[in-house]
Design a protein around this ligand. Structure first.
Ligand code: SF4
Length: 404
């Protein structure tokens, strides 16, 4: 399937009114922005700034910081001044922390309508945000919904998604009544069907941009899958303007997952895309360590090229040809492809160095600059892998790694 045909399976993007979080446009025709959140003590400026910088280096467009108390709010001016990306203050319970964040120069606010329930306090924040041109995310979370009003005898409580939508609309109305429209909305739930339904229903009602996320999605593996399903369903329907993958892990792990979701739908690419075979009984090279090293190397370079690492001649040449560079492994040697052509056949000990050399050529040609080698020399990198082809006949043999 061609790239164009693949694109056509996506619904057209929902039309949203753009807002600006600092220098980053959200909504309209802007690319889907990637966000994450620090997990340091915000009052610790050095640690928080270090984490913000690490996230920015991974391609995070916007970073959110928790502002749970006055000490955190007091750290904001220093963070805002030195952050390489726009910052959003995450506010719960106390609207005065939102006011302090605005006065500190924050680029965006997240307010939770579930726990700042006094409309006058919300209005106070909105007036200050409007004066400063700072957008507000109405950030609904299934875990902190406003209390349900008393039910009539026999009345069923509304479904969760409806309560989430209603909570967001309550706050949106307050903002709109003050002529404020720099609004972004999130409706996060751990439960994917609930979250998907809430966003779909809200998309019928407003044209504000959406921040997508599956809340408290879990540890890295299951959290990445849950996020990819929830966020991916909506993105495929054209819904969503910025995404955050929430993992119980170092926030640095969230950003590559977010990009992998965007890459999977051909919506945005950052860093290399690695095509790799899952390995099977036909394999005759030690492919998995090679894939890991290829991914680590090319992701670090950050150029959006496609690299195929394939174990044998069944699908190998086909996939390798489609990619910018690739290898199709064989018995103790591999065919290296660049832009669809076999450019050389190398012994197993040179797989990594050959891919790196060809990758650098592609990058030089396409981006007009030769990236420096990420670590050491090319031959040094091959030594890290230390592959040893296993002797013996027949398919199904696996090249073993040399034990140190
Ligand atoms: Fe098996 Fe070859 Fe397919 Fe890899 S490319 S999974 S080794 S058949």
């Amino acid at each position: 399937m061609s790239e164009l045909e693949a694109m056509s399976v996506l619904a057209p993007r929902r039309k949203t009114r753009p807002i600006w979080v600092g220098s980053v446009q959200i909504g309209g025709d802007a690319p889907i922005a990637v966000q994450s959140m620090t997990n340091t003590d915000t009052a610790d400026v050095q640690s928080t700034l270090r984490q913000i910088q690490e996230l920015a280096e991974l391609g995070c467009d916007i970073v959110r910081v928790a502002v749970p108390d006055r000490a955190a709010a007091e750290a904001l001016p220093g963070l805002v001044r030195r952050s390489p990306v726009p910052l959003i203050a995450d506010i719960h319970f106390d609207h005065r922390l939102a006011l302090a964040s605005l006065r500190a120069g924050i680029h965006g606010l997240r307010l939770n309508p579930g726990n700042i329930r006094d409309p006058d306090k919300v209005r106070e924040v909105v007036r200050e945000a409007k004066e400063r041109g700072v957008p507000i995310r109405v950030g609904v979370n299934e875990g902190s919904l406003p209390p349900l009003p008393p039910l009539e005898e026999g009345e069923m409580p509304p479904p969760k998604w409806k309560r989430m939508v209603d909570a967001a609309l309550w706050e949106v109305q307050i903002l709109e009544d003050l002529g404020f429209s720099d609004i972004k909305i999130s409706l996060k739930s751990f439960d994917v069907p609930t979250m998907v339904t809430a966003y779909r229903e809200m998309a019928k009602l407003v044209d504000y941009p959406f921040h997508l996320g599956v809340t408290e999605a879990g540890p890295p593996r299951s959290g990445a899958v849950r996020s990819a399903v929830g966020i991916g369903i909506l993105l495929a329907e054209g819904i969503g303007d910025t995404i955050r993958v929430s993992l119980a892990a170092d926030p640095k792990e969230e950003v590559p997952v977010a990009y992998d979701i965007l890459k999977a739908l051909n919506l945005r690419q950052r860093g290399a895309t690695i095509v790799a075979c899952p390995t099977c009984g036909r394999i005759e090279i030690d492919l998995i360590p090679l894939v890991n090293q290829v991914e680590a190397y090319f992701q670090k370079l950050g150029y959006p090229i496609t690299v195929a690492v394939m174990g044998c001649v069944v699908n190998g040449p086909g996939e390798a040809r489609e990619a910018d560079i690739g290898i199709a492994g064989g018995k103790g040697k591999g065919a290296i492809f660049r832009k669809g052509e076999v450019v050389r056949v190398v012994p197993e000990s040179q797989f990594l160095s050959a891919l790196i050399e060809e990758g650098h050529k592609v990058i030089q040609e396409r981006f007009g600059q030769a990236p420096p080698m990420a670590t050491g020399t090319v031959s040094g990198l091959d030594e890290v892998i230390a592959l040893t082809p296993v002797e013996g006949p027949g398919p199904g043999r696996v090249a073993r790694r040399q034990q140190p």
